[in-house]
Design a protein. Structure first.
Length: 489
């Protein structure tokens, strides 16, 4: 991606996760649940929250068989209001338009702010060293029934240092809990954490790492957003978004920066010679992924945590899941930006439906101005940098269609697309090894095909008397709701 946001628009008015939670509670979007178990209940409840629009975030306490106070928070940014709080925007004004505008501005101008090192932080309230460590005390859930074990890191921030440049990277990669001081790290090879890990392994050296499993939502967002290029530090990115540097302490063993007010941070080394079976895990396309028969174990030698620590969770699963609901804004902003830069006029909206896991489907709304305009927009949206990864379907609709409504988009497709004229298939496009629609023996090719659906009114007869006037104009719909929506409440 590029570079994010104007500081004045984005100054989170909270200091740490607890402050953030207090604000969310005041908005009425926090539910507390007691006596759920971590083997099945927390995962099941999270799946239900993920599949429900604007559902609350849930803080689990008194988890069965775990010490009261050892808590798990899920669905932190599943609603627009909670995203607004995270980004320092007014939650009362939270809307699709506000969030999209925020990210579009962010792509245009952004100044990162490097972190500052402080002497002490709340994360040091408890420091456990070597034999004192027992990660099994943290209620890491089994998120999906077929998972290969508990995953302590799902909204994790894995902090590593490039051994050549010293640059610090932070990335979200799943971390299975293997034993009392051993976790996994499943960083895909092209991801920055995967590159750094490999550099150490090539040298035969253990790779120093800090895995924050109780980050605040902004740090989590910085760590999983597909924006900062290799060499841009996500910690500085998060500071830039905050408009104030992130405070960090130095890890005792590795010297790596640890967000000073985090809930839980684990410090250790990715080993060169110790392996464990990783996965399976319920992944983002909604299917189990086998994982690694042999994955390197991360040995943890220091645990830092606050009193009554909160584990932050964001499991993957059948879409939509929580991260789809916030990452969509950046993806849509990037595609919109790139369409404009490629010279496509008349764009009225861009959306990557969370229902399709963001990546798999792009919708572009257009006020068509010439023959071929919709095809141009569809082809570029399907192939531009912001839209190319794991995409399968791009739909171009008229500007009166609400791109965020699957109901509207399906209607546009069936009402306006005559397949013989309106469907293009692109073959041998950029794919992925984990594409569930590709035959297993072809997945290593990293190739797929794409469909582009032109669901706009054909420009050639757009003004013909039989082109059809829409019944539910946005204006009419707005008026109906303004007058009558109390009946729905
Ligand atoms: C909830 C969530 C879980 C993720 N899990 C993984 C993972 O297990 N492995 C991986 O390589 N990327 C995973 N990602 C994607 C990366 O976090 C994302 O590509 C990020 O930009 C990587 O940072 P990097 O570019 O510094 O490596 C996940 C993203 C999210 C939102
Ligand atoms: Mn990175």
């Amino acid at each position: 991606m590029a570079k994010p946001m104007p500081a004045e628009a984005a100054q989170p008015k909270w200091r740490d996760l607890r402050d953030w939670l207090a604000q969310i509670d005041a908005l009425g979007e926090l539910k507390r649940v007691k006596n759920a178990n971590s083997e099945a209940d927390i995962g099941a409840i999270t799946e239900m929250l993920d599949h429900t629009e604007e559902s609350p975030c849930v803080l689990f306490d008194e988890i069965t068989n775990f010490q009261p106070g050892y808590r798990v928070l899920v669905n932190s940014m599943g609603s627009r209001k909670r995203q607004a709080v995270t980004l320092g925007l007014d939650p009362a004004a939270a809307s699709h338009e506000l969030l999209l505008q925020f990210w579009r501005e962010n792509l245009k101008s952004f100044t990162p702010l490097p972190p500052v090192t402080v002497k002490r932080g709340a994360v040091q309230e408890n420091i456990l060293r070597d034999d004192e460590i027992d990660l099994m005390r943290f209620p890491a859930p089994i998120w999906h029934p077929g998972d290969g074990g508990r995953f302590i890191g799902t909204a994790s921030v894995n902090i590593m240092r490039d051994p050549d440049t010293g640059i610090i990277n932070a990335g979200t990669y799943r971390n299975q809990l293997f034993d009392k001081n051993g976790i996994g790290i499943r960083a895909a090879p092209p991801h920055h954490g995967g590159i750094i890990k490999e550099k150490y392994m090539q040298r035969g050296q253990p790779c120093p790492i800090v895995t924050v499993v109780g980050a605040d939502p902004l740090m989590f967002l910085a760590s999983c957003v597909e924006g900062p290029i290799y060499g841009q530090s996500e910690l500085a990115w998060a500071g830039g978004v905050r408009g104030a540097p992130i405070e960090v302490i130095q890890g005792e063993l590795t010297g790596l920066p640890i967000p000073a007010h985090a809930e839980i941070a684990l410090e250790g080394f990715i080993t060169t010679d110790e392996y464990a079976k990783e996965g399976p895990y319920g992944e983002w396309m909604g299917y189990y992924q086998d994982g690694y028969p042999k994955d390197r174990v991360v040995r943890i030698h220091r645990v830092y945590h606050r009193n009554d620590p909160i584990l932050l969770g964001c499991p993957q699963g059948k879409p939509p899941h929580e991260d789809n609901r916030f990452l969509v804004y950046l993806r849509a902003a990037m595609i919109w930006d790139q369409l404009e830069k490629a010279g496509v006029p008349g764009i009225a909206g861009v959306w990557c439906p969370p229902e399709a896991g963001n990546r798999l489907m792009t919708v572009v709304a257009l006020k068509t101005q010439y023959l071929g305009h919709a095809k141009q927009a569809g082809l570029i949206a399907s192939q531009c940098g912001g839209g190319i990864d794991m995409n399968r379907l791009t739909v171009v609709v008229d500007d009166h269609v609400d791109v965020t409504s699957i109901q509207d988009v399906v209607w546009a497709i069936v009402a306006r697309c005559d397949p013989e004229r309106g469907v293009e298939i692109l073959k041998e496009t950029k794919g992925s090894r984990i594409d569930m629609a590709i035959a297993p023996d072809r997945r290593e090719l990293n190739a797929n095909s794409r469909m582009i659906i032109d669901a706009t009114t054909p420009f050639a007869w757009k003004h013909h008397p039989l082109a059809g006037d829409i019944i539910s104009t946005p204006e009419r719909t707005r008026k109906i709701y303004e007058r009558w929506d109390w009946i729905l409440k």
